[in-house]
Design a protein around this ligand. Structure first.
Ligand code: UD1
Ligand code: CA
Length: 472
């Protein structure tokens, strides 16, 4: 029988992600692992990498500080949660997971505050650990500025084996000069880990159980402790401060832009664009400076996205043109439609093929048919608008009666004159005309003309008389 992938990599493997800490250095009321980089919480990045290596069912997020908020934020990933009720250090976090991990042979430990880790590096750590038959393998990195990280003391120069890890705060001046740092990612054989974990002490500046001390503990117990360096030292960076969060966010954004450009998207001044990781963009689309594309947004090919536009969770077909200053949420814009400048699409719209939404037009839960136009200064809410409809400047759907929302239906080829108010619920039949300045309160049959405005009165000479009376 062919060997399964699992047994080749050293038995049944779990991934534990430490995410229970408070994150004191961020000076925040929010838990550290929920701070965002690249449009997603730190923890969501680590989970995404982990679940590319093994099934979500074998991933355990160790949560504690604001546990319920953290759980809710990443619950849809399908991973398991372990509660570390009080946070007494990274070693203590693993103690809390003892029971959850009892059915596994190996556990890979990740840090919930280090989001740049890739599936390839997790896999490399796993394979190295299995090949070395170690009790503990530490993923390391060589950093030009290692300040703040734990240092890995190898047994002999260049060997695979490790003596112990020394934390920055306890390091001697000579040790502080060492550039090979502990990434905070490890692989452990589960059995020796939990056989010896109770030997961890709290005799250190924080009075915590350090997982890093397991290296020394296992060594003393004559267990094999090894280290392997990450290919890209940037991958292991943690976010402990706001400045580190910002630097990391910038890094993620830059690589997203690079990926999109490699796929044929033009991005001017990519350093000014904020494009989330899950966004997709087709070739020959042009992104002007200062654009945000967030969430699950999908943009077709040959589109133009104008400066100062913010587009969230929306789908744009091919050849769509978004002029500057548009804000678009949870909407669909079909091929070759044009929007803006300064259009606002609140959630729930569909803008049909080749339709045009112009400046200062706000839409909400509205369907705009193929080739229809609303060029200027208009509010369309809860409306269903057919094809080739012309919506004049200043049109307003009065969709709200103070209690309930009502629907406006405008059938194909209707002409809505400027400054018309449509008091919903109301239906305008196919091909009808609404006279400018009308307040439409009743349904209009197809092909009719509806006028709903006061009749004009003209008083000859009135203005002249008034002026003359004033000058007397
Ligand atoms: C840790 C390592 C350090 C390493 C660095 C790499 C220790 C003692 N030190 O330091 O050697 O160079 O990572 O980034 O491990 N956490 C819990 N429960 C706790 C405490 C922490 O789940 O009781 C979680 C935190 O939420 C965080 C992770 O563990 O996601 C790491 O903790 P953190 O306090 O950031 O450790 P560092 O000081 O960065
Ligand atoms: Ca950290």
């Amino acid at each position: 029988m062919p060997k399964s992938k699992e047994s080749q990599a050293g038995g049944k493997t779990a991934i534990a992600i430490m995410a229970a800490g408070k994150g004191t250095r961020l000076k925040s009321k929010h838990p550290k692992v929920l701070h965002q980089v690249g449009g997603k919480p730190l923890l969501a990045h680590a989970i995404a990498a982990a679940t590319k290596v093994i099934r979500a069912n074998d991933v355990f997020a160790i949560i504690g500080h604001e546990a319920e908020r953290v759980r809710a934020a990443v619950a849809d990933s399908g991973v398991n949660f372990v509660l570390q009720k009080v946070q007494r250090g990274t070693g203590h976090a693993l103690m809390a997971a003892r029971e959850a991990l009892s059915g596994y042979d190996q556990v890979i430990v990740l840090s919930g505050d280090a989001p740049l880790i890739t599936p390839a590096t997790i896999q490399k750590l796993r394979e190295f650990h299995a090949k070395q038959k170690s009790a503990m393998t530490i993923l390391t990195a060589v950093l030009p500025n290692p300040t703040g990280y734990g240092r890995v003391l190898r047994k002999g120069r260049g060997g695979d084996e490790v003596e112990r890890i020394v934390e920055e705060k306890s390091a001697s001046p000579a040790q502080k000069k060492m550039k090979e740092i502990n990434s905070g990612f490890y692989a452990f054989a589960v059995e020796p880990l939990f056989r010896h974990i109770d030997k961890l002490g709290t005799d250190n500046p924080h009075g915590e159980f350090y997982l890093t001390d397991m290296a020394g503990v296992l060594r003393k117990a004559k267990q094999r402790v090894t280290a392997v360096a990450a290919n890209d030292p940037q991958e292991i960076l943690g976010a402990n401060t706001r400045a580190e969060l910002a630097a990391m966010d910038q890094r993620i954004r830059a690589s997203k832009c690079e990926q999109l450009m490699a796929e044929g998207v033009t991005i001017f001044y990519p350093q000014t664009c904020v494009i989330d990781g899950d966004v997709e963009i087709g070739p020959d689309t042009v992104i002007q400076p200062i654009v945000q594309l967030r969430g699950r947004t999908r943009v077709g090919g040959d589109c133009l996205i104008g400066s100062y536009s913010v587009i969230r969770n929306s789908t744009l077909g091919d050849g769509v043109e978004i002029l500057p200053g548009c804000v678009i949420d949870d909407s669909k814009v079909e091929a070759h439609a044009t929007l803006g400048p300064y259009s606002r699409l609140r959630p729930g719209n569909v803008v049909g093929e080749g339709a045009h939404i112009g400046n200062f037009v706000e839409m909400k839960k509205t369907r705009m048919g193929k080739g229809s136009k609303a060029g200027h200064l208009t509010y369309l809410g809860d409306a269903q608008i057919g094809e080739r409809v012309n919506v004049g400047a200043g049109t307003i759907t009065c969709n709200y009666d103070g209690v309930l929302k009502h629907k406006t239906v405008i059938e194909d080829e209707v002409f809505v004159g400027s400054d018309t108010t449509l008091v919903a619920p109301v239906r305008i039949g196919k091909g009808a005309y609404l006279a400018a300045g009308s307040c439409i309160t009743d349904d209009v049959p197809p092909d009719a003309l509806a006028l709903g405005r006061a009749r004009q009165i003209v008083k000859d000479g009135w203005a002249k008389q008034k002026r003359e009376a004033r000058s007397k």
